[in-house]
Design a protein around this ligand. Structure first.
Ligand code: NAI
Length: 319
């Protein structure tokens, strides 16, 4: 079809591609010409057990439709083996979709070390290991695309998901740093907070809502972000599901600038609490240097008669 985004000659690694979102990505990329590594450990959604069938079923489906795919059954904790599968089968790797995931939901009061550790092993260490193994290839060929998978639970917190939330927000910092380190080599990294019907969500959402949340409807954004035509969108967070696609960014309140002397006391901050939390003059920081600029500005501020000054960004300075 004219104007269709194609992935011919590209090799895509999709982790956790035996079902849910991962399967939707894998079948899509294969249908658009890519060679796909379908990775899946094949365990339960709680991270127990393993079964090669999960990946095999998707590979067979892709091949039956005329596509190119190979299965990999390793845990993402062994990301180097997954990338090796791509190199051995197809000779390269262009796109990595870090998607594999599990849940160990439990209230924080009852959380055990095992619940915490397993979530971090799969989501954080798994994403790291796959990206780390792909990185030298991406750098050498001066081309790479990474999608990491966060969650609304990570961005906003969610009852019973302290482990999962922490791991999912880790995906944001990880992505932002990969974007910065990869820029010079045309490696773009973005992170999504998806929402979709899958075995993970089938027990927490009613059937009529699930019907609106097909995994297929997360795919177009991911495909756009990893396509070679995307030459600039990187280090970004997207919320996607049910046909909704939106970018999320950090917002800093106008804030309070305090002179660092004896006047900088808890009660001085409390007196100006409204300024600390006032978002009427927001800033949108994108890196640690933004904070240094802010401090530099604070040196230049003087007092008015009330002992305070509004700087050009609307921040109130205590002086
Ligand atoms: P799913 O349970 O259908 O798919 C996850 C896949 O990952 C499974 O096939 C599973 O076998 C595989 N997997 C688990 N641990 C693995 C490991 N160590 N190594 C290799 N494969 C492994 O779940 P779904 O919904 O498709 O989730 C995909 C990703 O999206 C996950 O990272 C999840 O946390 C995230 N997510 C999903 C949301 C949703 O609404 N479905 C919401 C927010 C985030």
């Amino acid at each position: 079809m004219a104007g269709q985004l194609r992935f011919d000659d590209q090799v895509v690694v999709v982790t956790g591609a035996g079902g849910g979102l991962g399967k939707a990505y894998a079948t899509f990329f294969a249908s658009r010409g890519a060679s796909v590594v379908v990775n899946d450990l094949g365990g339960s959604f709680k991270g127990e057990g393993n079964d090669s069938k999960a990946a095999d079923v998707v590979v067979n489906e892709i091949k039956a439709a005329g596509g190119k795919a190979v299965a990999n059954y390793d845990s993402v904790e062994n990301g180097d083996k997954i990338i090796d599968t791509a190199i051995k089968a197809f000779g390269r790797v262009d796109i990595l979709i870090n998607n594999a995931g599990i849940l160990r939901d439990v209230s924080f009061k009852n959380m055990k070390d095992q619940d915490w550790d397993l979530i971090f092993k799969v989501h954080v260490k798994g994403s790291y290991k796959c990206a780390r193994a792909a990185w030298p290839y991406f750098r050498k060929q001066k081309y790479g695309r990474v999608i990491n998978t966060a969650s609304a639970a990570g961005l906003f917190g969610n009852f019973g998901q302290a482990n999962y939330s922490a791991a999912k927000l880790a995906m944001v910092g990880f992505t932002e740093t990969l974007a910065k380190e990869g820029a010079k080599y045309n490696i773009l990294a973005n992170v999504i907070a998806p929402i979709a019907a899958s075995r993970m969500t089938e027990t927490v959402m009613p059937p009529d809502v699930l019907a609106l949340m097909k995994p297929d409807w997360v795919v177009p954004l991911v495909a756009t972000l990893v396509h070679k035509n995307n030459t600039s969108e990187t280090g970004s967070i997207f919320e996607v599901g049910g046909g909704h696609v939106a970018k999320i960014r950090w917002e800093r309140s106008g804030g309070l600038l305090c002179k660092c002397d004896d006047s900088y006391t808890p009660s001085a901050i409390l007196k100006k609490w409204d300024s600390v939390t006032d978002f009427s003059n927001p800033q949108y920081p994108s890196g640690p240097n933004d904070f240094l600029t802010l401090l530099e500005e604070s040196q230049q501020l003087g007092a008015n008669e009330q002992g305070e000054k509004i700087d050009f960004n609307g921040r109130v300075a205590l002086v």
